[in-house]
Design a protein around this ligand. Structure first.
Ligand code: 4AD
Ligand code: MG
Length: 430
């Protein structure tokens, strides 16, 4: 039998066997304290010399940091702290005695930790981040299921660019032609809406950006959503409902994790729809008042987003960017065709863009103009253009960057901690 530490509240007074790793060990004379982690939680196992046989006592002294162990004992409540449980050891087995563990208690630099990512993943903070990430994924699936979206899987090997040709990873495998790793599944789920109405995908995407910032990964997980008969306004309502739902779910299910991460939860509690809105033009005005020299038709940079999102206590939709800084598929604003019907959703507390979305160009003639203006290969885009020939409908969608959302909700400085094995411009290992 195996019990999990997370079950301890209902096991008080009973014998339990847990299987895990010793993440801290110390002994003082006749008592050994083994901090055990089993994946579901953390607990202190207390081994008292005169209450166990000699073999067990000697094993308790032999356990090294990160040794794998099976521990049996009686579950007790901590005498002073509610919600804290202990295991009074009756027997102990060492599965593998660990060699001297390279990650110590002293502070390590980020490069050392990233080089040892395969081990660093075990740290309580990293455990907490992956558990929050998991809840965000589950909440996303739940929200879509409850709101009539189905999951449609997009391909990763593609013949064309979705977001921009400068950031493509090239594959030389297919004879006589180049293929690329997907930057976003959007174009494919646009095809699927004429079959299923509303859908989303969720998978790894690749950006060969030469960006070394705290927000950029070269491989990250994107969730794209797309819905038929939804306009720009409706698109933003879907996003704010989804994000509010995700944040609420994390607050409900990840209290232990957020406490380990020392995340201030007050700002998260304010993340309730409706969110704030401003146009790109309004954002530029505010930024100039704050001393920026940003031009009317410039894209917002990371620093601009930081300034804006430190001014508000909820996420902000920045709408209607200049068409020239955005992707070819975005529909022009009929009131001023220099701009597009898009929105970037910026997370508060200085985090910045977590979602990019727009209403899509649904007119064949307009879209082919855009393909040509962007110098995209018409032949490879023929299937996408076809969608505008056979029952084209107004439609909109968006994509979120999972790591950006995890980073914001966990209150982390850099996205590299949010993904189990980060890929950055200068990092492919471990
Ligand atoms: O804004 P992006 O480039 O939008 C698209 O790819 C659209 N096709 C999505 C759609 O409409 N279906 O990327 C979407 C999100 C960004 O808002 C950001 O959160 C994240 O993906 N993202 C990155 N995350 C980590 N590292 C990078 N290099 C990222 N680039 C974008
Ligand atoms: Mg974007």
């Amino acid at each position: 039998m195996q019990q999990f530490i997370s079950q301890f509240p209902s096991l008080v007074g009973q014998t339990a066997t847990i299987k895990g790793w010793a993440y801290n060990v110390r002994s003082s004379g006749k008592i050994a304290f083994l901090q055990i982690r089993d994946g579901s939680g953390f607990v202190q196992a207390v081994c008292v010399q005169n209450q166990v046989d000699e073999i067990t006592w000697n094993r308790a002294l032999e356990v090294t940091l990160e040794s794998s162990v099976v521990v049996t004992g009686i579950v007790t409540k901590h005498p002073k702290h509610d919600d804290v449980f202990e295991l009074q050891v009756t027997s102990l087995e060492i599965i593998q005695k660990a060699e001297e563990y390279p990650i110590g208690k002293k502070e390590h630099g980020p490069d050392f930790l990233l080089d040892n990512r395969h081990l660093w993943l075990r740290a309580p903070s990293q455990w907490a981040i992956q558990r929050v990430r998991n809840q965000i994924i589950l909440a996303t699936y739940d929200w879509f299921r409850d709101n009539n979206f189905i999951k449609i899987d997009s391909p990763i090997l593609t013949p064309n660019a979705c977001e921009g040709t400068t950031e493509l990873f090239e594959i030389n495998y297919f004879e006589e032609r180049k293929a690329y790793l997907s930057q976003s599944g959007q174009l494919y789920i646009e095809a699927a809406i004429a079959s299923v109405g509303r859908c989303f995908d969720f998978g790894p995407v690749f950006r060969a950006e030469k960006s070394k910032t705290r927000r950029h990964l070269t491989e990250f997980w994107m969730m794209d959503a797309e819905a038929a008969f939804v306009d720009h306004e409706g698109n933003m309502q879907i996003q704010e409902q989804l994000i509010s739902f995700i944040v609420k779910r994390v607050l409900e299910t990840c209290q232990t994790e957020l406490k380990i991460l020392e995340r201030d939860q007050e700002p998260l509690k304010k993340v309730v729809a409706p969110f704030y809105h401003m146009t790109h033009a309004e954002a530029i005005k505010i930024l100039r008042e704050k001393g920026s020299d940003i031009g009317d038709m410039d894209d917002l940079g990371a620093d601009d987003e930081t300034i804006l999102t430190q001014m508000y206590d909820k996420p902000i939709f920045v709408e209607k960017y200049p068409s020239e800084v955005k992707a070819f598929y975005m529909k022009r604003d009929p009131q001023d065709p220099r701009y597009v019907l898009n929105s970037d959703l910026l997370a508060p507390e200085g985090y910045g863009e977590i979602i990019g979305g727009s209403q899509r160009e649904d007119d064949y003639d307009e879209l082919i103009k855009r393909v040509r203006e962007h110098n995209l290969p018409e032949k490879e885009f023929q299937w996408y253009l076809d969608l505008r020939k056979y029952g084209s409908v107004p439609h909109s969608g968006f994509g979120y960057g999972l790591e950006r959302i995890v980073g914001w909700i966990c209150g982390l400085h850099h996205v590299r901690e949010t993904i189990p094995f980060p890929r950055l411009m200068n990092r492919l290992e471990p």
